[in-house]
Design a protein around this ligand. Structure first.
Ligand SMILES: C[S@@+](CC[C@H](N)C(=O)[O-])C[C@H]1O[C@@H](n2cnc3c(N)ncnc32)[C@H](O)[C@@H]1O
Length: 159
């Protein structure tokens, strides 16, 4: 008999991040909001105090040197969702999240390059006339996902 997992799973990561503090904040949201794993592309993560739950000690943190490495290691039947301000992006409010999704944010300086956006299965944008902080963006996207596809969240993090 086949079992059905309607919650799916998701991961979130960033392409060539700049500000480590931001990423610590993003990891904290990722863990609290139920991410299965986190990752960086093009630059390794250095431990940050802003990640107060030490997310890397609770869920896997992967590093992919290039976008190609991320593509080669996508879990089976999983979709990459690029988060970017782009004319072809779907507004987040209208977006139907894939059950198995990898959310990819762009760097603070230059966002997701065109070649990376081309590799994403979907592009999603948030409202607003200018760009938001990258960690804030990630938190909003994950909140939208778990509102639309409710999941069992991780327990309180007591050290
Ligand atoms: C600070 S923004 C990059 C801005 C960059 N200077 C530019 O103009 O392309 C960093 C990342 O946050 C995310 N982001 C920020 N605001 C967004 C929005 N309104 N919609 C979708 N993604 C957003 C994207 O992933 C973006 O690559």
């Amino acid at each position: 008999m086949q079992t059905k997992n309607e919650q799916g799973f998701f991961a979130i990561g960033i392409y060539r991040h700049k500000t480590e503090h931001n990423i610590g904040t993003l990891w904290r949201s990722a863990y609290v909001l139920g991410s299965s794993y986190i990752f960086t592309v093009g630059k390794k993560y250095k431990k940050q105090t802003s990640d107060v739950v030490r997310t890397w000690s609770r869920i896997p943190l992967f590093y992919y040197p290039e976008m190609e490495d991320l593509l080669q290691n996508i879990p089976y039947d999983c979709r990459i969702v690029g988060i970017e301000i782009d004319d072809n992006a779907v507004p987040l409010a209208e977006f139907e999240h894939p059950l198995r999704a990898i959310y990819l944010l762009g760097s603070e300086d230059f966002g997701l390059p065109p070649a990376v956006k081309e590799k994403c299965h979907f592009l999603v944008r948030l409202p607003g006339n200018s760009s938001l902080n990258v960690a804030v963006t990630g938190g909003i996207v994950l909140h939208d996902r778990i509102t639309k596809i409710p999941i069992d969240l991780p327990p309180n993090h007591k050290e």
